[in-house]
Ligand binder design. Structure first.
Ligand SMILES: Nc1nc2c(ncn2[C@@H]2O[C@H](COP(=O)(O)OP(=O)(O)OP(=O)(O)O)[C@@H](O)[C@H]2O)c(=O)[nH]1
Ligand SMILES: [Mg+2]
Length: 340
């Protein structure tokens, strides 16, 4: 570690800033992450999650190595089989020789997903398999939705050479819409007998799905669920316009080791990828994603600076002028903004 590159991270800028007190050699971490070192990947994601003072340096160091990973979102009601499907997808993708990252974003409760995402998972060193990174993230600080840190965590996995990153989140209100803005391809999982089809329509999930997955197809009612989805699709929506992607409906039994239908899902994901590329929609989605991120960062920065101004002499003097009637609040706000 050289003094020139080490960031002394002792400013308590976040509630969890204590963890960042050690100095961080960001270029070294990024280098090691790119070589597939799981610990470095984990450390980088922690820096991102904790809003470490090194965050800017991390973002800058990652940028040149990103843009390659295919991001696949999985959403759906609690218990529909997202974690089981994630496990099955990871297995299939590994068999195809692809490097895989998994981000499990947990808006509220502990995972019920058993072995793979059983605890608050740290980056796992799959014995003999350096091709899988798994990380769970809390979504604190972001009303019921995905963590604001998720896009940066995605970039860490992307830079670490993941060909595919799977993001799992429980479908509670906002989050499936957010996952759709993060992912290149969004899988919406439904299961027979859960009334999911109807819920999907209500929650506007029909609009975010790129691929529907009727999981638990071993259960009664799978055919009915597929019919419900087809019927809802027939009622119209974005997909029914010419040239638009019409979300296919796959069936899976994710809990089975073989003959589980997961290969069919991967085929549809590939078809969707092809469509994204040939139409330019993929690039458009990514640009939109980046634009929102920039906006969010700019707003946060502004808010911070406004916070600095609160109680300042400049603000007090402007407030005085508004009280005296020598200026109005709008003009005062303009003046304040000009000083930022
Ligand atoms: N019969 C059947 N059970 C399944 C299938 N897929 C998953 N399950 C079971 O359904 C339960 C919930 O699966 P999870 O993968 O944990 O579901 P989840 O959507 O990740 O759940 P949350 O993370 O809590 O929202 C588990 O007991 C699974 O074993 C399937 O295809 N068929
Ligand atoms: Mg789960």
């Amino acid at each position: 570690m050289t003094d020139g590159t080490a960031v002394q991270a002792d400013a308590p800028t976040s509630p969890r800033g204590r963890r960042g007190r050690r100095s961080v050699d960001v270029p070294e971490l990024v280098e090691r992450a790119r070589e597939g070192d799981a610990r470095s990947v984990a450390r980088l994601i922690s820096l991102v999650e904790d809003a470490s003072p090194a965050l800017r340096e991390v973002a800058a160091a990652l940028a040149p190595h990103t843009g390659n990973a295919q991001v696949i979102g999985l959403t759906g009601s609690p218990g529909v089989g997202k974690s089981t499907s994630t496990t099955a997808l990871v297995r299939a993708l590994r068999q195809a020789g692809r490097r895989v990252g998994v981000l499990a974003v947990d808006p509220s409760s502990p995972f019920s997903g058993g072995a793979l995402l059983g605890d608050r998972v740290r980056m796992q060193d799959h014995a003999g398999d350096s091709g899988v990174f798994i990380r769970s993230m809390a979504s604190r600080g972001h009303l019921g939705g995905l963590s604001w840190a998720t896009p940066q965590a995605l970039r860490v996995l992307d830079a670490a050479g993941c060909d595919v990153v799977l993001i799992e989140t429980v479908g509670v209100g906002q989050s499936e819409l957010e996952i759709a803005s993060l992912a290149d391809t969004t899988l919406v999982l439904v299961a027979p007998g859960m009334g999911d089809g109807i819920q999907a329509a209500k929650a506007g999930i029909l609009e975010v799905a790129d691929v529907f997955v009727v999981n638990k197809a071993d259960r009664d009612g799978a055919d009915q669920t597929v019919r419900d989805l087809r019927y809802m699709q027939s009622l119209g929506g974005r997909h029914s316009e010419a040239g638009n992607w019409r979300p296919p409906i796959c069936r899976t039994v994710a809990s089975r080791d073989t003959d589980n239908g997961v290969d069919g899902v991967l085929e549809k994901i590939e078809e969707h990828r092809g469509w994204l590329e040939s139409t330019g929609e993929g690039r458009r989605r990514r640009a939109e994603r980046a634009a929102r991120e920039i906006e969010a960062i700019a707003l946060a920065t502004l808010r911070e600076r406004i916070g600095d101004i609160r109680g300042s002499a400049a603000l007090e003097s402007l407030a005085g002028s508004v009280v005296d009637g020598t200026t109005d609040p709008y003009r005062a706000a303009d003046e304040l903004l000009a000083q930022l």
